[in-house]
Design a protein around this ligand. Structure first.
Ligand code: KG4
Ligand code: ZN
Length: 340
């Protein structure tokens, strides 16, 4: 059973093909980063138009790479939300039309479920239930993943997502979009302990986050500094350390409360090296196994959508072609597959 996955929720056109026997057999990604860079962030209308141009050629390329014909596909999975509505509609329209013409199911996939499952693509060790930390441009969530489709929200950001705070802080420091990897790179030049940034909401109970104040703290610190290159690097380091330490503190707390022994980390920010170093200490100190997607599948991609589609289609064969795309869509509204 080979499933084609289409991801167009934001600024990446991602296509993947996952096969039940052979695993991931092909994936292609086209990033619009250059298109949006001059605006310092994603321009939704430009994103939709570019997905219209890129999606079909990329599907053809991925099928060629996999060396299979479209008539050999068993289903088409597409990101149905959350994300930019115009961008989502592009992938959904192409995916459903293709499925209809091939007389195969079209499977709507929740973008964050795709991220959450991405580490499982090539790591057979991970088994439900587990704790998941989802950290991207739009989400900062701690989830109890009980089984496929049954996700309990334990904590989330009450304002900016962590990736968004990275991006805004980077913009303020004059770094290009997307800011997360840029901050991480600049932080390497920073001197330790020049600034002490707060670890928001860690001094009170609960698993929620707040990143808006941390971003403002970075802006105020920058404005009060000499604004030299070294000041910028010091601020990048202090910001990254505080943002990631906060994740670490909350994850440790969540693991203690839930007694899960596996932590799955996914979403764009899971590519951050300092985050990985910090969380790896849980392995030694608390015997927790920590899992990440391979680097290519931390940020948006089609492979994770194909894989999520495969898992869902394996258990549930009926999927309506009339499913609506959703700009907002809590992960907790999902259900396990119905075993048709
Ligand atoms: O998952 P993703 O590709 O898209 C969303 O679904 O949002 O995540 C993108 C986010 C951006 O905010 C980007 O700055 C951040 O992930 N990011 C990073 C790193 N790589 C990407 N943040 C910190 N360190 C990184 N190495
Ligand atoms: Zn994403």
């Amino acid at each position: 059973m080979s499933i084609l996955g289409i991801e167009t929720s934001c600024d990446e056109t991602g296509i993947g093909i996952f096969d039940g026997q052979r695993g991931l057999i092909a994936h292609e990604i086209y990033s619009q980063i250059e298109l949006h860079r001059e605006y310092g962030g994603v321009v939704p209308e430009l994103a939709s138009r570019d997905h219209v141009h890129k999606t079909l050629p990329l599907i053809k390329k991925t099928l060629r790479e996999a060396n299979i014909k479209k008539s050999n596909l068993s289903g088409i999975a597409y990101t149905a939300g959350p994300g930019l509505m115009g961008a989502l509609l592009t992938g959904a329209s192409i995916g459903r039309s293709l499925a209809w013409s091939l007389n195969i199911p079209a499977i709507p996939i929740h973008h964050m479920e795709g991220h959450l499952l991405a580490p499982l693509i090539d790591d057979q060790e991970i088994k439900f239930p587990f704790l998941a930390l989802l950290v991207s441009g739009g989400h900062t969530q701690i989830i109890a993943a009980h089984t496929l489709g049954q996700y309990e929200l334990l904590g989330e950001s009450i304002d900016d997502a962590i990736g968004e705070a990275f991006d805004k802080t980077a913009k303020m420091l004059g770094l290009p979009y997307p800011g997360g990897p840029e901050i991480a790179k600049l932080a390497k030049q920073g001197a330790q302990n020049t600034y002490q940034f707060p670890r928001p909401m860690t001094d009170r109970p609960g698993l929620d986050f707040s990143y808006s104040g941390l971003k403002t703290f970075a802006i105020n610190t920058f404005n009060a500094s000499g604004k030299t290159d070294q000041d910028k690097a010091n601020i990048a380091l202090a910001f990254q350390t505080a943002a990631i330490d906060t994740l670490f503190i909350k994850c440790k707390r969540a693991l203690k409360e839930t007694h899960f022994e596996q932590l799955v980390v996914a979403g764009g920010v899971s590519a951050n090296q300092y985050l990985r170093e910090k969380l790896s200490t849980l392995q030694q100190s608390h015997n927790i196994s920590v899992h990440y997607p391979t680097k290519d599948f931390c940020t948006d991609n089609g492979a994770m959508i194909a894989y999520a589609g495969y898992l869902r289609l394996k258990h549930e064969h009926q999927h309506s072609l009339a499913f609506s795309t959703k700009a907002r869509w809590p992960l907790t509204e999902l259900h396990p597959p119905k075993h048709t």
